[in-house]
Design a binder for this molecule. Structure first.
Ligand code: ZN
Length: 656
């Protein structure tokens, strides 16, 4: 007695991707509502309201993109061939701060969904800002997704603080829990962009609502090295110590993890998202997936965001995962085609903690499936001797453009390569409008060193006048002796080793950027603390009073990146390094405060010492008065005013 169902997909080569890798050469799939009710040689067991004849094409589970940032489709091709930090902190984050609004996220998600549906993806794991809009646009497009709001230690486009992001996440999760397509989650961005407090609180929220936690772990060797230095352990043990694995974790990347860390991930039931293109493109390396699979870890495959890939093509990604494993292990049997396709389907769903819903064609799972045309020439001919041949045909030969029909949650999203839930022409036009605006923003920014400095954050302007003078000294002792005078009060004395890197630009009006690293020394000349900062000095001098100089308008920022970062980001035409040993006193003299520096130039090496006396003020009048006192102090401290030199000339040479 036949049973009724809503839809019967017949005459299909069904790749179920179930645990036993069952294949039905002429099978059918019965669907009722959003659920698969039966699969196999079942055609005669059902009477369906609708029947779709697949004409012998392949029917397989919709692909699972285990890690992406969907709205970043709008940033595709914006800045490429850069190092991760320059790319992320120098370009992505500043542009995101300027442009990422709810409408941007909606449009970017729609564009990403359109591209993903076209390449046979039905389910993805997302992490971004305004995740509410990601969830809405994804649900409207009919796709399944784990949507997790990003939490960072610094302000983001939709949260002024991490507390705001946590509050947003709570409300977001509560709103979307139980939705048929969207599984809400929470996403502390990465160990290097989060504090331990953020990791703990996110784990608590994930546990409280019983939702997955999506994060980036051990993406670069630099991240792991820094974790060892600053936290005394690599990334995964640190995350464990923050109780991160109390939650059901989906960890993207895991490029630089050892076997112990893989076991930690496995024991915690965490899933891993392998992002081969992104990791290669950003030069991060290759995740040891062969070992992970051997240990039984749930490893899915992800495209990562379009800004680091630059497309959302899981066919490409799956093939790369398979061939890369062979190339890096020297073993052509590593990650065979069937394993790679499992990672792109069932295992990916498990890594996302959605294995009960999707990833294989099995009775009881949601009807997420695709129809693939194996007739295009690049798929011809077909061998049936080895049942695994179909996997290698799909992984090594087929292309995303061979996907002709896509169904998610029992609804068709694409038929005959025509999208049913999204308007491609409209998306194209709207995306190009955004690109034009971002272009204009970056063109303007790239013209100005100051704008670029502001873009990476933390800049404070100092409009004050700086009065300074510098002169050669034969001995440091004369200064130390003179400072003991009764009318000079020493407020503070420090000794440090100072490393300066000056960046020069073609256009002198851009000013000059200095990266300074100070290492403070104790009485035994051992380093106690260090600090680094950036100073952008404008080219114009307000005035010169004899040998005493006035500057104005300097811009300061804490230097949180390496000199290498700034070099690649600001692209100076020339640099100069200056290294000196500096003793510094803050003194009070004739009712005002002055800094006295005794410098010994180590690089470029110079004989003798230099004395520098400086002060700062906000008033021009006061600056003139202080200039007179400084000239006098210079003499008292043992230098002759007529020998005074412009300090920068000493350090930088007269060619500047
Ligand atoms: Zn990512």
């Amino acid at each position: 007695m036949p049973t009724t169902c809503d839809l019967l997909v017949t005459n299909a080569r069904v790749l179920t991707m179930d645990e036993r890798f069952t294949i039905y050469p002429r099978g059918a799939v019965a669907i009722t509502g959003n659920t698969i009710v039966a699969v196999g040689d079942i055609e005669t067991n059902f009477i369906a309201s609708h029947t779709v004849d697949c004409k012998g094409r392949v029917v397989m589970p919709g692909l699972v993109n285990a890690h992406t940032h969907a709205p970043m489709s709008l940033l595709r091709g914006l800045a490429d061939d850069l190092r991760l930090d320059v790319w992320l902190m120098g370009y992505m984050m500043p542009v995101e701060r300027e442009f990422v609004r709810p409408e941007f996220v909606t449009l970017g998600t729609k564009l990403a969904c359109a591209e993903m549906i076209r390449s046979g993806i039905t389910c993805f794991a997302d992490m971004y800002y305004f995740e509410e809009q990601v969830a809405q646009a994804t649900a409207a497009a009919g796709m399944r997704a784990l949507c997790a709001e990003t939490v960072l230690k610094f302000p983001t486009p939709d949260a002024a603080s991490f507390e705001d992001a946590l509050a947003y996440s709570r409300a977001f999760i509560a709103r979307w829990q139980g939705h048929p397509l969207i599984v809400p989650g929470i996403a502390p961005h990465a160990p290097y962009t989060c504090t331990s407090e953020i990791f703990r609180e996110c784990a608590d929220i994930a546990a409280e609502f019983d939702v997955p936690l999506h994060t980036h772990l051990a993406e670069t060797a630099f991240e792991v090295e820094r974790s060892r230095q600053e936290r005394g352990m690599p990334v995964v043990p640190w995350a464990k110590k923050q109780r991160l694995f109390d939650a059901r974790v989906l960890a993207a990347h895991c490029v630089h993890v050892d076997e112990g860390e893989m076991r930690t991930l496995k024991d915690a039931g965490a899933g891993v998202a392998h992002n081969p293109t992104s990791n290669l493109k950003l030069g991060s390396g290759v995740a040891p997936v062969t070992k992970m699979l051997e240990l039984g870890l749930a490893v899915g495959i992800g495209t990562d965001g379009s800004a680091s890939n630059n497309d959302l093509d899981m066919f490409e990604e799956t093939r790369l995962a398979a061939v890369l494993a062979k190339g890096t292990t020297g073993d052509p049997t590593a990650v065979p085609a069937r394993s790679a396709l499992t990672m792109a389907t069932r295992l990916g769903a498990r890594a996302m903690h959605l294995g009960h819903l999707t990833g294989s064609i099995e009775a009881g799972k949601r009807a997420d499936l695709i129809v693939v045309d194996m007739d295009p020439l690049h798929n011809v001919p077909r061998f049936d001797r080895d049942p695994n041949a179909i996997y290698s045909q799909i992984v090594y030969a087929a292309k995303s453009s061979d996907v002709i029909d896509v169904m998610c949650d029992g609804k068709w999203l694409m038929r005959d390569r025509r999208l049913l839930t999204l308007d491609e022409a409209e998306l194209r036009g709207a995306a190009q409008d955004i690109a034009r605006r971002i272009d204009a923003f970056l063109i303007q920014r790239e013209q100005s060193v100051l704008q670029k400095l502001i873009a990476i954050g933390g800049v404070a302007e100092q409009e004050s006048f700086e009065i300074q003078v510098k002169a050669p000294l034969t001995s440091a002792d004369t200064v130390i002796h003179a400072l003991e005078s009764e009318d000079i009060a020493i407020i503070r004395a420090v000794h440090y080793h100072q490393y300066d890197t000056y960046f020069f630009f073609d256009d002198p009006d851009q000013g000059r950027l200095r990266y300074r690293e100070d290492e403070f020394l104790d009485e035994h000349n051992s380093v106690t603390t260090a600090r680094a900062r950036l100073t952008l000095t404008g080219p114009s001098r307000e005035a010169a009073f004899g040998s005493v100089l006035l500057f104005r308008s300097r811009f300061f920022a804490p230097a949180t990146h390496s000199p290498r970062f700034y070099r690649e980001y600001f692209k100076p035409v020339r640099e100069r390094e200056v290294e000196k040993d500096r003793r510094r006193w803050l003194i009070a003299y004739r009712g005002a405060e002055f800094y006295v520096h005794v410098d010994r130039l180590l690089k470029p090496a110079a004989d003798g010492y230099f004395l520098e006396v400086k002060s700062r003020t906000w008033s021009r009048r006061d600056a003139q008065d202080k200039a007179a006192i400084i000239a006098e102090l210079l003499q008292r401290l043992g230098a002759r005013p007529d020998e005074a030199i412009e300090s920068d000339y000493v350090e930088l040479g007269r060619d500047n």
